[in-house]
Design a protein. Structure first.
Length: 221
């Protein structure tokens, strides 16, 4: 009889483990467990996107509810895509929008040049001037798109290209870049305020902003 009950308990335990593993294969429970661990540790981490592009749909909703927006990007492609389109069309109008792109006027040997060299090692189609030209194209786009937005500031930074930060007064999307992959293929951390990761993201942006150079945005239509 004892062996019989032990067999039942063993089967129930095995079924419970298999059920838990199957639930963990779906995104919802993973996010719930991440949020629970975050609450316990105080990190503020709510989700982890395997690729930063996967975060853009949820990002649009957070931007729509934001009182202010801070963006520190490696080349700025995200600023020209759908998530930020409502900002440029005037559908949303935060009190403050601060944008940071790499400084194109930095001297040779800058962090921008170093990042270009890193990318060229794993991307055979990446020429030394390609990153600069992409940033210039996005800068041109932003200086035109933001003409009617008097609350938008654009600056250039010359600091290590280690991460992308998109933060609002409530949440932050933080992507850490690697030396052997494009940023779009890197995991993106989603953190809420208050929390350690949110604080780190905003501090990273504010430090870069303090040491940045202004890029003028012409006002008018």
């Amino acid at each position: 009889m004892t062996a019989f009950f032990l067999g039942i308990l063993s089967s129930l335990a095995t079924s419970a483990v298999l059920l838990a593993l199957s639930l963990l294969r779906t995104s919802g429970p993973q996010w719930w467990l991440t949020a629970a661990c975050s609450w316990f540790t105080g990190t503020g981490l709510r989700r982890v996107y395997r690729r930063q592009a996967a975060a853009e749909r949820n990002m649009a909703g957070d931007l729509a509810r934001a009182r202010w927006i801070k963006v520190m990007a490696g080349r700025g492609n995200i600023l020209t895509r759908e998530a930020f389109a409502p900002l440029w069309s005037g559908t949303i109008s935060p009190a403050s929008v601060q944008l940071l792109l790499p400084d194109l006027h930095a001297s040779p040997g800058s962090w921008l040049d170093r990042r270009s060299q890193d990318v060229a090692r794993f991307d055979p189609g990446f020429t030394p001037d390609l990153l600069r030209s992409q940033i210039q194209a996005n800068t041109d786009y932003l200086t035109r798109a933001a003409r009617a937005q008097r609350n938008v500031q654009l600056r250039g930074y010359d600091l290590p290209h280690t991460c992308r930060v998109i933060a609002t007064d409530k949440v932050a999307y933080l992507t850490f870049y690697s030396d052997d992959a494009h940023g779009r293929n890197s995991p993106c951390l989603y953190a809420q305020a208050p929390g350690l990761l949110y604080t780190i993201a905003v501090q990273q942006f504010d430090t870069a902003w303090t040491n940045s150079a202004e890029i003028g945005i012409p006002q008018g239509p």
